[in-house]
Write a protein that binds this ligand. Structure first.
Ligand code: NDP
Length: 244
């Protein structure tokens, strides 16, 4: 049920094994939600579920593998009674120049950030429709501005924004679509960049500028706990010191 009361609501969070997803799980649990923690690193989500107690269920799932999402949705239905909120948070940011050496990273970003969000949504849509739900898509400031050195990542986040706006209109009033666009956040995201010069530059920028994953989690929790008649459709959350 989508109301301003969180009691009994169930949130499915992709990419719950670290960073913004992990923080969102903690914050929503604190607000009275039960949470399904989805990610590939089963040990991490199980440890988090153990810490959060009865309110949390760890489910190993890869957003690029539809079968694993279908199995996850079945468990959410059977063990938690269905999803009221889906947070499409799983993502990779494998920045680097647009060159052939980076083609695997370019493809992976599209498959995880954009197609993964679409697949998870398609798989959980009936559960979200049942009683009214919320779809939260974690985009980025990179979905609002673009620049050299991360073309494929920008494409995924611009794509996510366009897809979300179309879905917002298509799914209203049954489902609220909420786009959250973080600026620099201190997580392990940049540490996975394979292009060394790019990684060093981004890690230095993040270290000097970033806000905490909890700052984003609190915004997600605020958005989904508004009365059903109120939609925060697009929320840009930057560190105050971040220019772009
Ligand atoms: P993290 O690297 O800490 O978290 C990324 C999460 O995505 C992990 O839990 C990871 O889990 C999961 N993930 C990656 N690939 C897959 C996959 N194939 N299937 C399922 N889960 C996957 O980074 P953040 O917390 O920073 O990133 C979360 C989201 O926030 C991303 O969408 C990112 O683009 C966005 N964002 C982050 C910003 C930042 O500065 N940190 C700024 C703007 C947006 P596992 O590896 O266990 O599967």
């Amino acid at each position: 049920m989508s109301t301003d009361s969180a009691t009994g609501r169930v949130a499915v969070i992709t990419g719950a094994s670290s960073g913004i997803g992990e923080a969102t799980a903690r914050t929503l649990t604190g607000a009275g939600y039960r949470v399904a923690l989805l990610a590939r690193r089963a040990d991490r989500i199980q440890a988090l579920a153990d810490e959060l107690g009865d309110s949390a269920l760890a489910i190993e799932a890869d957003v690029t593998d539809r079968d694993s999402l279908v199995a996850a949705a079945q468990r959410v239905q059977d063990e938690l009674g269905g999803a009221d909120v889906l947070v499409n948070n799983a993502g990779v940011m494998l920045l680097g120049p647009f060159i052939s050496d980076q083609r695997a990273e370019q493809r992976q970003q599209v498959e995880v950030n954009l197609l993964g969000a679409m697949t998870a949504t398609e798989v959980f849509l009936d559960q979200l429709r049942d009683g009214g739900g919320d779809l939260v898509n974690v985009s980025s400031v990179a979905g609002r501005v673009a620049g050299p050195g991360g073309a494929a990542y920008h494409a995924t986040k611009w794509g996510l924004n366009g897809w979300s706006e179309a879905l917002r209109q298509e799914l209203q009033p049954d489902i609220r679509v909420i786009v959250v666009e973080p600026g620099a956040v201190a997580t392990e995201l940049a540490g996975h960049i394979t292009h060394e010069d790019t990684r060093e530059g981004i890690e230095a920028f993040v270290a000097s500028t970033a806000i905490r994953p909890e700052d984003i989690a609190e915004v997600v929790a605020f958005a989904v706990t508004r009365p059903q008649s109120v939609s925060l459709s697009e929320i840009l959350v930057r560190p105050t010191a971040q220019a772009m």
